[in-house]
Design a protein around this ligand. Structure first.
Ligand SMILES: [Zn+2]
Length: 234
């Protein structure tokens, strides 16, 4: 990381004046240190004027300062943070478990959305955000303490699946209702007719307004299992 990263992420409001290099950080409002380094908020001020590590409090020799977001830390604490960040990346087995968790969340969300739509006889767009959130939560809970890596992508894929599933359930419900009224024949939710007709129907079921909810649902899914925004400077 170059010098610009150094200057961009230095002093923010609330940091100890002696602990930070005086420069106006354009990213001073970045979210604070989170997750594995949540203890890193104590402002530090060395009596000698030397900067102190925001994590362990030890005085840092000039030139050895490292940055974690906007906090000045010592070299060994910076290495520790990097190590902890690496440990949050999920393994393949954990990804599979997370996919299953996301699937469960997405199906739960889709069931809730479809049930509300049928009960109220109208689709409530913002329930889509719940589908995305539950897909993300399923991924996050199944991944336990792992964050980031492929997990947010997985959550988005599961959210999209949940949204399509919800649309399908609503469509299949009303198709079955219509067929019963017309012919008296009962068709299930997985009838040949529902499955065959759904692909051509989904485009007609989507409005521009729906796309906004889809976007919000996908964003919600992405954020839940994302890694904390931690940047370690030089
Ligand atoms: Zn330290």
């Amino acid at each position: 990381m170059g010098d610009d990263a150094m200057t961009e992420t230095t002093a923010g409001p609330g940091s100890g004046t002696a602990a930070v290099q005086a420069s106006e950080g354009t990213e001073a409002e970045r979210s604070g240190v989170d997750g594995p380094v949540s203890a890193a908020v104590e402002p530090a001020g060395g009596a000698s004027g030397e900067p102190c590590c925001a994590l362990c409090g030890v005085a840092i020799p000039t030139g050895a300062e490292r940055l974690v977001n906007r906090h000045v830390v010592c070299a060994s604490c910076a290495e520790q943070v990097l190590k902890e960040l690496r440990q949050t990346a999920p393994t393949t087995a954990e990804l599979l478990r997370a996919a299953l968790g996301g699937l469960v969340g997405a199906c739960l969300g889709a069931g809730i959305w479809a049930a509300i739509a049928v009960a109220m006889d109208s689709e409530i767009g913002y329930v889509a955000v719940l589908v995305g959130f539950l897909a993300g939560m399923g991924v996050k809970l199944a991944a336990r303490d792992k964050r980031g890596g492929a997990l947010p992508h997985l959550a988005v894929a599961m959210a999209v699946f949940g949204l399509v599933l919800a649309k399908y359930l609503i469509f299949a419900h009303y198709l079955a209702l219509a067929v019963r009224e017309e012919t008296g024949v009962e068709i299930g939710y997985l009838s040949r007719a529902s499955v065959d007709l759904f692909p051509s129907m989904i485009a007609k079921m989507l409005s521009a307004f729906d796309l906004l909810w889809v976007f919000l649902a996908v964003s919600a899914a992405w954020r839940v299992p994302a890694a904390p925004a931690v940047r370690v400077g030089p």
